[in-house]
Design a protein around this ligand. Structure first.
Ligand code: CA
Length: 699
């Protein structure tokens, strides 16, 4: 064919437009300079969530408006960070359903449903529907499911390419995290520490075939069976008793960062299984590698270094929060740093070439330790915090000062933008026998009580967006936020910080000063971090709106105050641009569930107490602490089903609503249901007596 013929052929097929195709590989994901695509959970390997795009700035943002939106009627929790590749968006929704959206046509091109509820069956009781995202590598998407599968999906067609079971389905393990991709491999961990005897690990799989490449265990197994590697033998020296019978813990459900400069993974590790060290490791010990960052060689999965944030943890202070890489200048010297704000309330700056701690300071209210000794690298604990005498109230709670909602780092301002919380944690093992205690798989029991009766002992709950200088280890500004459970942040070269809020408002702030510049009412609590990208050279901001995550499950009244009653408001994907003026249809207003009071139901206090124990183990995760729903599942105090034993039996024991998300509990008896009935009616009467909670309208 002559060159002219080639040109005319090109003209003939010029519709539809052929756009540049990005090969999404290691070089593309490491590229901090391009801003059009958002290729990984934290945008790039650094997990900074910093975009170089700057059409939307502190000057122009006042012209930001809703450009278009997508209704997502079958969705519940939306907590994920979408990916954008060449004008296509990919995101995960409830139960790991994958959506592919053409950003030019503004419509869903395909969806992939891994059928999690069908496959998980009654195992779905240990995980909520949340999924934090997918990974993209060379034309394939990777998504992990609550029932423990890692699945490769063709990005063009939405067809499954391979599926690998990463967990033993008999064990109470689940996945809600986003996989990470590197050098033709995909890495995934799992969660499950609070619902049985669990042992944490991460596994790398071949992206082409799904074949396992390597696995690293976070805690040592039974020494009699031999250790998997030298790191396990080293870790075993920091454990006492027969920890392996309890699993040990260290689940890796979030906080996986690949470092292309050192070809390493930094793994943020989980808390103990169980939380209570008196049970887990009765002679004490640091219990490596719980609550730590472990650096692994990315090709082999072999141990390189570790830094433990909470030695001998006893409070669920895991280190599963995001790990952000940055080049910092500290005391005049360039440092290849990593930054980490785990649950325990300290902000850590670590030299990632060696694992050496540079600095650590408190970013919120912390009463379990006075400070971190920089010579030893260890926290200095405050006597009593470890509930040595049976009980203690400490800050933070098991929710942490910072949880998984990701922070962002802006190299222009030099600041990190962190969603933080202040909540009291109460821990008691009074009357428990550490020798005879054992976990019941698929039930919530961390080996220590964390509620006092039905409520936390004091109601202290507050939250902020904190701008933190990691070099000076100092607060620069903060903004008070509604409730406690607020989502992750995005920062941009336009001197902006963007964050949704628990009260459904989406805010943009000046990154240097914290001044609020713009806001939008999304009509439902927001639990996802926003992203920004460009299509055909134009900058957009997108945000998933769908209240979700653990904070709303456990925190009861703290999250119920927003009025996001179960599934009452629509779930959506919102996209914003400058000069756009689309209008979002109004959502049903916030509503606080109204408990049904049955005057003729006489609550038996003993039965109600038995019901409370059954509730904490089986129901809290979804229906909320103290039977107050934060919006994830129906509020049982206003639900009709528990009022009538036959209906209650159908739903709970027979599992009639399993495919709608209510797992079957076939091991519960009708006697248990009667106890639950008394507990729920007691909670309903209590709420009615106290007067209905009012919706907090926020600012
Ligand atoms: Ca935990």
């Amino acid at each position: 064919m002559n060159p002219l013929a080639k040109i005319s052929a090109a003209i003939l097929i010029a519709v539809p437009t052929v756009h540049a195709q990005t090969t999404v590989d290691g070089a593309a994901i490491a590229d901090e300079v391009q801003g059009a695509n958002w290729l990984s959970y934290g945008r790039t390997y650094s997990e900074q969530r910093y975009s170089p795009l700057k059409t939307i700035t502190d000057e122009t943002v006042k012209g930001l408006g809703l450009d278009w939106f997508l209704e997502l009627p079958d969705q519940r929790s939306l907590i994920s960070t979408p990916l954008v590749v060449d004008g296509m968006m990919y995101f995960t929704g409830s139960w790991a359903k994958l959506f592919a959206v053409d950003l030019r046509a503004r419509k869903v091109v395909w969806t992939y449903d891994p059928k999690v509820l069908e496959i998980a069956g009654d195992r779905a009781r240990i995980f909520w529907d949340s999924n934090r995202g997918a990974a993209y590598w060379k034309g394939r998407l990777f998504v992990a499911t609550g029932d423990g599968r890692l699945i490769a999906v063709d990005a063009q067609t939405g067809q499954e390419v391979w599926s690998a079971q990463t967990t033993d389905p008999k064990l109470p393990l689940y996945i809600n995290g986003a996989p990470r991709v590197f050098r033709d491999k995909v890495l995934i961990g799992n969660g499950g520490t609070e619902v049985g005897s669990a042992r944490g690990y991460v596994t790398a799989y071949d992206t082409a075939t799904g074949k396992q490449a390597w696995r690293f265990y976070v805690v040592p197994g039974d020494p009699a069976k031999g250790f998997e590697d030298e790191a396990q033998a080293m870790a075993a020296k920091t454990w006492t008793g027969e920890w392996w019978k309890h699993g040990g813990g260290g689940q890796t459900w979030n906080g996986l960062t690949y470092d292309p400069e050192f070809n390493r993974f930094y793994i943020g590790t989980g808390n103990g299984s169980p939380w209570n060290r008196k049970i887990r490791s009765p002679g004490g010990g640091d219990n490596l590698f719980l609550c730590a960052i472990v650096a692994l060689d990315a090709d082999t999965g072999k141990y390189v270094w570790h830094y433990q944030t909470t030695p001998g943890e006893s409070w669920d202070y895991n280190s599963n929060m995001d790990i952000v890489l940055a080049d910092l200048t500290i005391a005049g010297k360039p440092v290849k740093a990593l930054m980490h704000a785990p649950k325990n309330g300290f902000f850590y700056v670590i030299d990632r070439s060696t694992g050496k701690l540079i600095s650590a300071e408190k970013i919120g209210k912390v009463t379990w330790a006075s400070h971190v000794d920089l010579k030893t690298g260890r926290p200095v604990e405050i006597p009593g915090a470890r509930y040595e005498d049976g009980e203690a109230m400490v800050f933070p709670s098991a929710f942490g000062v910072h949880n998984w909602p990701p922070m962002s780092y802006n190299k222009d301002t030099g600041l990190v933008y962190i969603p933080t919380m202040e909540m009291a944690g109460w821990f008691s093992d009074k009357g428990m026998n550490p020798v005879t205690w054992h976990a019941t798989n698929f039930q919530m029991d961390p080996g220590v009580r964390f509620t006092k009766g039905d409520e936390l002992p004091i109601k202290i709950d507050a939250s902020w967006l904190l701008a933190w200088d990691p070099v000076k280890q100092k607060k620069v500004w903060e903004v008070k936020l509604p409730g406690v459970w607020n989502p992750g942040t995005l920062t941009t070269a336009g001197n902006l910080v963007l964050q949704g809020r628990a009260d459904g408002k989406f805010f943009v702030y000046n990154a240097k000063t914290g001044a609020a510049l713009w806001s939008f009412n999304a009509g439902l609590g927001i639990s996802s971090a926003p992203i920004t990208y460009a299509v055909d050279g134009k900058q957009y901001v997108s945000l998933l709106v769908g209240w979700g995550g653990a904070g709303m499950s456990f925190a009861g009244t703290v999250t119920a105050q927003h009025g996001w009653a179960y599934r009452e408001q629509p779930r959506r994907l919102l996209t914003f641009a400058l000069e756009s003026k689309s209008v979002l249809p109004a959502s049903p207003p916030p509503r606080i569930p109204q408990p049904v009071v049955k005057e003729d139901f006489k609550v038996d206090p003993l039965l109600a107490q038995q019901g409370s124990d059954i509730y904490v183990r089986n129901c809290t995760l979804c229906h909320g602490g103290s039977a107050v729903s934060g919006g994830y599942a129906p509020d049982l105090r206003e639900s009709q089903a528990p009022l009538f034993l036959e209906a209650f039996h159908e739903v709970v024991i027979k599992g009639s609503r399993q495919l709608q998300g209510m797992p079957q509990f076939k091991e519960l008896t009708d006697k248990d249901l009667v106890a639950l009935q008394h507990y729920i009616r007691r909670q309903a009467a209590k709420a009615a007596k106290a007067g209905a909670l009012k919706v907090d309208a926020g600012k």
